[in-house]
Design a protein around this ligand. Structure first.
Ligand code: BGP
Length: 469
């Protein structure tokens, strides 16, 4: 008989969303603008209207959570619904909206797991330099404190979603507005400033004696050398230092280790620049380092890296056309294609062992990590809808692979307390639009009707039996 792996009885099964990707209603009830509104209109491909119309459909989605044994809903608050200009005057209708969502969660026994910032800085602050501008750190911290005071119903707070992709998509790959490419100085500065802002919010939360838990959600993608050649090993080490160590050092040490600093300086120097940090920042960061209740990990892919010292080149595959992705950063490395490993419809590499390697490594390198939630993982797929039925077997295979490795990491002593599939229902994807679907529930974006996919039944079984079939 086949042996199935299991999960602990108290393992939380969740579904993840983000305000801008599900709510729609981008101008409703006093919401202020964000940079994406104009950026997407200028691109002319699609907009965040209607997205999944969660602004109106939230009772339907929360009821679906209950029906499919999804314990927790990961969601974010849109900063510009609360403070249309990022600070100053508050918008009561925005506040009421989130109270209503939380009340609906309570009614259905669903735990809200709330992110304060998910790629949607209010437009005027964004235009003013976003997190490159130190004044905006103050605005963020005030907004976070406002949320802690106002939303007593929330017991799980994540300060930021994906500081690394936020900074690199803005200033390194240029995939997000303001579409700046290869600016390593801006990238490192934004990373550090967001980590400092995270620490400030954590300290306010802990010193304010609020009830509940606080953490940060990092996107962590393991890096492996493309060969045994010393230069490829070093390239993987550099990529890892910028995308993983820099963030985890900031989170759990409150400073950058000598090794991390050396790697970052080498990357900056290769790109003809340097960055210095204000020593005072580390006072706050060190104070926060042992106060993180949990780490949220978003993991989709792993990378194999080889040395690259020519001019940087990026091509971001937004359509799923196979073999078009290019990622070569001067002084860091080139992420190579591995034809021997499976890939998604969008050419993202499927390597479940990566999540195991990552989890074990965090336990070893940062013993004060406390506990981990996988806050995003899932398969972006061109689901086929057949008269209300979606047989998404590849998604189930994908999930089974990752769940098995998570279960193995738990057996090997890593304290993983839950998993949130990206995404609960189909959502709007920042740079891929509406046909890259991730949801357990298929959304007909015309009618906004939801249909459980085959994977939703699989997920329900795993949640009920804590057995990975
Ligand atoms: C993460 C983001 C999510 C979501 C997901 C899938 O980086 O936190 O907001 O978008 O990736 O990404 P994509 O839609 O580009 O496939």
């Amino acid at each position: 008989m086949k042996e199935y792996r299991t999960l602990p009885e108290d393992f939380l099964m969740g579904g993840a969303t983000a305000a801008y990707q599900v709510e729609g209603a981008t101008t409703a009830d006093g919401k202020g603008p964000v940079a994406w509104d104009t950026f997407l209109v200028e691109k002319g491909r699609y907009t965040a209207e209607p997205a999944s119309d969660f602004y109106n459909q939230y009772p339907v989605d929360i009821e679906l959570c209950k029906k499919f044994k999804i314990d927790s809903l990961r969601m974010s608050i849109a900063w510009s619904r609360i403070f249309p200009r990022g600070y100053g005057e508050v918008n009561q209708k925005g506040i009421d909206y989130y109270h209503n969502v939380f009340a609906e969660c309570k009614k259905n026994g669903i735990i809200p797991f709330v992110t304060i910032h998910h790629f949607d800085t209010p437009k005027n602050l964004f235009d003013d330099g976003d997190f490159l501008n130190r004044e905006n750190i103050e605005h963020f911290v005030n907004y976070a404190k406002f949320c802690f005071d106002e939303f007593e119903e929330v017991h799980y707070w994540s300060t930021f979603n994906e500081i690394y992709p936020a900074a690199t998509n803005q200033y390194l790959t240029g995939a997000f507005p303001p579409e700046i490419q290869f600016d390593l100085k801006k990238t490192v500065t934004a990373l550090h400033n967001m980590m400092y802002a995270h620490a400030r919010a954590v300290n306010i939360f802990k010193e304010g004696d609020y009830e509940g838990e606080i953490g940060v959600v990092h996107s962590l993608e393991p890096k492996y050398p493309a060969s045994d050649a010393p230069e490829d090993k070093h390239a993987a080490e550099l990529d890892d230092a910028l995308s993983i160590k820099f963030l985890l050092d900031a989170t759990y040490l409150g400073y950058y280790s000598e090794h991390t600093k050396r790697c970052i300086d080498e990357i900056l120097e290769a790109n003809g620049t340097s960055v210095t940090f204000d020593d005072n920042d580390f006072v706050e960061m060190k104070k926060a380092a042992n106060r993180n209740d949990y780490l949220g990990i978003n993991n989709y892919v792993s990378h194999w890296v080889k040395a690259y010292n020519e001019e940087s080149q990026i091509f971001y595959n937004t359509t799923g056309t196979k073999g078009t992705h290019v990622y070569r950063i001067k002084g860091i490395g080139e992420r190579i294609r591995r034809d021997d490993l499976p890939r998604t419809d969008w050419d993202w590499l499927i390597y479940p062992q990566g999540i195991y390697d990552l989890l074990v490594r965090i336990k070893e390198d940062y013993p004060n990590y406390n506990k981990i939630y996988i806050t995003e993982n899932g398969l972006g797929y061109k689901d086929e809808f057949d008269d209300g039925v979606v047989l998404d077997e590849p998604r189930i295979d994908y999930l089974r692979g990752y769940f098995n490795y998570i279960s193995k990491a738990i057996d090997d002593g890593v304290n993983v307390k839950g998993y949130f599939i990206w995404s609960l229902m189909d959502v709007f994807s920042w740079i891929n639009g509406y046909n890259k679907r991730y949801g357990l529930f298929y959304v007909d974006f015309e009618t906004q009707k939801r249909y459980p996919k085959e994977s939703a039944y699989w997920y329900k079984y795993v949640s009920e039996h804590k057995t990975i079939i």
